[in-house]
Write a protein that binds this ligand. Structure first.
Ligand code: ABN
Length: 169
């Protein structure tokens, strides 16, 4: 047995003495369940995509990635599909939808992020609501003012749509 084996053996024996089997199983269960539920959290998923190829009319409500949106399109309000207009900031919380891209047939996970800090833009209202869920499933609900979580006095201006992943299966 080499030195590392002896150290590891001593460490596992002292762990076995100090920790009951039940509490070990409880901790492992907590780790597994905690790890599995992390991807469900509706927070800040939309911050990653900085630029996106233009593959359609981003000022049209029919544009593919707006399939689950409910709001004013930031691309008509001085911003872009993925960036908030000047003078506004993204809410810290997003809701998500899954939209099919017609040209490659893949389903993309889209984070919809409200931009906050100015009064409602009023242009390009778009309400598509595909697979929208009631507000008691908030990360899949679009009919909520997510600016409530921002520093911008709850003023909702428009919504951006960022690709955050490809849906598997
Ligand atoms: N998430 C868009 C939105 C903002 C304000 C009110 C309803 C919906």
């Amino acid at each position: 047995m080499n030195r590392y084996d002896r150290i590891f053996e001593r460490w596992s024996r002292s762990l076995a003495k100090g920790v009951s089997r039940r509490s070990m199983i409880r901790s492992l269960g907590g780790l597994l369940i905690g790890g599995a539920s992390l991807p469900l959290l509706p927070v800040a998923r939309g911050q990653n995509e900085t630029s996106a190829p233009t593959d359609g009319d981003v000022k049209s409500c029919d544009y593919w990635r707006y399939c689950a949106i409910d709001g004013f399109l930031c691309s008509c309000c001085g911003g872009s599909v993925t960036t908030c207009p000047p003078g506004t900031e993204p809410a810290p919380i997003t809701w998500v939808g899954t939209c099919r891209h017609a040209s490659d047939g893949k389903d993309y996970i889209i984070a919809y992020n409200d931009c906050c800090g100015k009064s409602a833009c009023g242009r390009c209202q778009c309400t598509r609501n595909e697979r929208d869920r009631p507000t008691y499933v908030p990360y899949l609900a679009n009919d909520l003012n997510w600016c409530v979580g921002s520093n911008s006095n709850v003023a909702y201006h428009c919504t951006v749509s960022r690709i955050v992943g490809v849906a598997e299966g």
